[in-house]
Design a protein around this ligand. Structure first.
Ligand code: AMP
Length: 204
């Protein structure tokens, strides 16, 4: 199964992808995660990507397309999380023969509330939320004891910009995949477990 998870930032693409990867043994590729890893390692690619990511903008198409082509090469089952984000990216992977695109629907208000409340462990990357996934000790990661921070791209002004970019560049993909008869819409405003059950039923 070659699956794409489409949706605004904060719609739960990462959480759903991780669960699917575990339950179905699919390879999970999050372009955002790959880019954040490159930033951590201080590579040239990471330095270039960071200038776009900190402002809420998209990293250039050719950079992410190259990453996805390299990592998916020869793989039969995978989930793309956060890719494609533009029509040019979608066209570049036409040869991968995607089977299904799940569109996680969420309003702008919910996007902003979800992302601006997120806290990330600076050591292990585990995600918490001031309202929904509250850490046992404030500011401390339950998993590794690391410090919880708000990533630059989770600050309200940047979140607004990310949503604007989503509407402009990524939302056209809904129509694009609808026309290809690959799209299934899922209401992402419900509890994560309910959303996941709906996604699993679509895959069954
Ligand atoms: P994410 O974790 O998927 O929300 O991605 C975080 C940031 O990484 C985005 O706001 C973009 O700056 C960058 N990014 C991730 N995936 C892509 C992509 N497919 N195209 C361009 N930029 C991307």
């Amino acid at each position: 199964m070659k699956l794409i998870l489409l949706g605004a930032p904060g719609s739960g693409k990462g959480t759903i992808s991780e669960k699917l990867a575990q339950d179905f043994d699919y390879f999970h590729l999050s372009t955002g995660e790959v880019l954040r890893d490159e930033i951590k390692k201080g590579t040239k690619l990471g330095q270039e990507a960071q200038t776009y990511m900190n402002k809420g903008n998209l990293v250039p198409d050719e950079v992410v397309i190259k990453i996805v082509k390299q990592i998916t090469l020869g793989k039969k089952d995978f989930i793309l999380d956060g890719f494609p984000r533009t029509v040019a990216q979608a066209e570049a992977i036409n040869d991968l023969k995607i089977n299904l695109v799940i569109n996680l629907e969420l309003s702008e208000k919910e996007v902003i509330e979800r992302i601006s409340g997120r806290l990330t462990c600076e050591k292990c990357g585990q995600i918490f939320h001031t309202k929904y996934i509250i850490p046992k000790k404030p500011g401390i990661c339950d998993v590794c004891g690391g410090r919880l921070i708000q990533r630059d791209d989770q600050k309200p002004a940047v979140v607004k910009e990310r949503f604007k970019v989503y509407l402009e560049k990524t939302q056209p993909l809904i129509d694009y995949y609808h026309k290809k008869k690959l799209l299934k819409d899922v209401d992402a405003s419900r509890k994560p477990d309910e959303v996941y059950e709906t996604v699993k039923k679509i895959l069954a």
